[in-house]
Design a protein around this ligand. Structure first.
Ligand SMILES: *Cc1c(COP(=O)(O)O)cnc(C)c1O
Length: 423
């Protein structure tokens, strides 16, 4: 292991994505390693918002059909731009709603308890919002979540085993919802195998791609996944509260959405104002109301960057960055009782590292005070996300050095070991 700074500089020189850093607003006095919570703003995202504001100014109501990006087709166009990121057909993707509202929409559409099949399967490590949504969906069907929500257990509280997931696919399961990447440990689930096993048992399956879209390539159509949903403010850099996305496999086209509204309509029929819905013939049918145009606008710029970089190149650099960071942590921080709790191997490691330490909360505060932005996950986790499009190998080197000096000089002891309101 070469721990010299010159090695980081060399890696940066060889990096064929290095020019993308110039596309982002990067602070000179901090190192941002939190792109998996809120991605940085790009110049193109900013410009795209200005363009949409200009079309509102210039066209008013006519902006729905006029201007560079007519708003009436914006959700579909952004869906098409997202399709290659997840290996879907363009008409299988729509940009709409939020992660959680899309989950509600998809469970409303795909969960049809019948006979013995009345249960939903999830896992015990997923993000709380997904679990709240699943429980409330069961309640809407008059089913007790205690009995009808199965949560696959983790042996180590950080990762899930494929065989435990398959074992939980009992006869009474109608629907499975799992994350593509676990938000804490960054473990990638084997979506292809899990989907195949679910289908063998007549179970429909969908994935939450919040931490996988923009961080790893997917082949949802080839894997035959039934549905998926994601946010766009993490790895996709769409900005706070940017409009989310969803995917519906084309074999499910033509059905009415569980939660209908006039934007579920086939576009040519929408303004007939009929009281009988003619659903759009594709994923567009899973929209509900008028699109949040201003919160979707940044994606016009940020998705363009992903199209230019390509997911294969993004993934390759991301793995190099996390490999390099793990090696440096092992070489430089071995005296300070950190546990690397993310998966090590490249098949199951997502785009962030997860360190555990009993003083994690105050170590994160000390890092921020020294200009390194990580994020803390209760009770003892530190997530570090070196992002392929805008972080450098030198960022990684510098942050490990800063962390080392914080530990060596015990500067974290100047802070209380408690999380903030947002952590
Ligand atoms: C970030 C995240 C969410 C957030 O849901 P919103 O509706 O966008 O607030 C949900 N689920 C997972 C797994 C996440 O990582």
């Amino acid at each position: 292991m070469n721990t010299e700074k010159t090695h980081a500089t060399n890696l940066d020189q060889q990096d064929d994505l290095k020019d993308f850093r110039e596309e982002f607003f990067i602070s000179n006095n901090s190192i941002y390693l939190d792109g998996n919570s809120l991605g940085l703003m790009s110049k193109r995202a900013e410009q795209a918002v200005h363009n949409v504001m200009d079309s509102w100014k210039a066209y008013a109501i006519e902006g729905w059909t006029e201007g560079e990006h007519p708003w009436f087709y914006l959700s579909e166009n952004l869906g098409r731009m997202s399709a290659s990121l997840i290996g879907a057909k363009p008409e299988e993707v729509i940009v709409t709603g939020s992660t959680t509202t899309n989950l509600h929409q998809l469970v409303s559409s795909f969960f049809k308890p019948k006979g013995k099949k009345t249960k939903i399967m999830a896992d015990e490590l997923n993000f709380p919002s997904d679990i709240y949504a699943l429980k409330s969906q069961l309640q809407l069907h008059g089913l007790d979540p205690e009995e009808h929500l199965i949560q696959v257990k983790s042996k180590d509280q950080n990762t899930l085993e494929t065989k435990d997931i398959i074992k939980a696919m009992t006869d009474d399961v109608a629907l499975i919802v799992l994350p593509g990447v676990l938000y804490r440990s960054g473990q990638i689930l084997d979506m292809e195998t899990i989907t195949k096993e679910a289908h063998k048992r007549g179970i429909l399956i969908g994935f939450d791609l919040c931490h996988t879209i923009g961080s790893i390539p997917h082949h949802l159509s080839d894997w035959d996944v039934d549905f998926a949903f994601w946010c766009t403010y993490k790895h996709l850099n769409g900005g706070p509260g940017s409009v989310a996305g969803l995917y519906v496999n084309k074999q499910h086209f033509g059905n009415e959405p569980g939660l209908a509204g006039w934007f579920s309509s086939s576009k040519d029929k929408q303004f007939d104002m009929a009281h009988t819905l003619t659903p759009a013939p594709d994923a567009s049918a899973y929209q509900i109301g008028t699109p949040h145009v201003l919160s979707a606008a940044p994606l016009l710029g940020s998705l363009e960057l992903f199209q230019e970089a390509g997911m294969e190149r993004v993934r390759k650099k991301s793995l190099q960055l996390t490999n390099y960071m793990m090696e440096l942590i092992e070489a430089e921080l071995m005296d300070y009782e950190f546990t690397i709790a993310n998966p090590r191997d490249e098949l199951t490691r997502g785009a962030h590292l997860f360190l555990e330490h009993q003083d994690a909360a105050r170590i994160c505060k000390a890092l921020k005070a020294d200009g390194v932005v990580p994020d803390f996950r209760t009770p003892n986790g530190i997530r570090l996300a070196p992002v392929a499009l805008y972080n450098s190998f030198e960022d990684v080197w510098n942050s490990v050095q800063i962390l080392k000096s914080i530990m060596k000089e015990e500067r974290y002891k100047n802070f209380e070991n408690k999380r903030g309101v947002i952590a």
